[in-house]
Design a protein around this ligand. Sequence first.
Ligand SMILES: [Zn+2]
Length: 217
Amino acid sequence: MDHLQEIMAGATVIRLSVGPLSTNCYLVQSGRDLMLVDPGLVLNRELIEVVTLVEETKGKLRWIVCTHGHVDHVSGADAILRQFPDAVFAMDPREAAIARDPSASFAMQLRSPFVLQAVPSPLAAGQEIAIGTITYRVATIPGHTAASTVLIASDHAFVGDTLFAGSIGRTSDPVSCELLVAGIRSTLLSLPADTRLFPGHGIPTTVGQELATNPWF
Ligand SMILES: [Zn+2]
């Protein structure tokens, strides 16, 4: 599994590409605290890789957060939670409902047997997630899904499938598309230009780069 590491203010971000759709799963370390974002793991070797990475940090996995309920972002959540039962597994309840519905999560369409078993702690806009020395602000951007979650720190953000480098997340109708574009504008593109954005697929980008080059904005 290939992974890249970036040093941000107060945190190290490791990006792992997992599953058949090359989903970005992020392991974030601040001090001795760790957070895992979008555990879309499918294979046992992917699970072993994450467990090994966590063990190598000598830190403690505090949080497992899913940005939304699509199978490629959630499929490893139950297995990770079994390995780290003390971690808090959190996602928006509307997204957890998607992860329990094989049609809505696209598990059925992708011929995956996945149905979320764990009951996550509810995550809501305005909430804060603290690990080590940094705090993530939770915000919601509807459009790709009903309640896609983004996590915003001082110099970076995890944006799930809302925004990609040069593109935006898939939507099912024009109203959702308008909602998504408006939400990205107000919640993400209003951040400082050098804010690093870590999307659910593909390479990281920045607010300034998207304002300058993304055809949607
Ligand atoms: Zn998605």
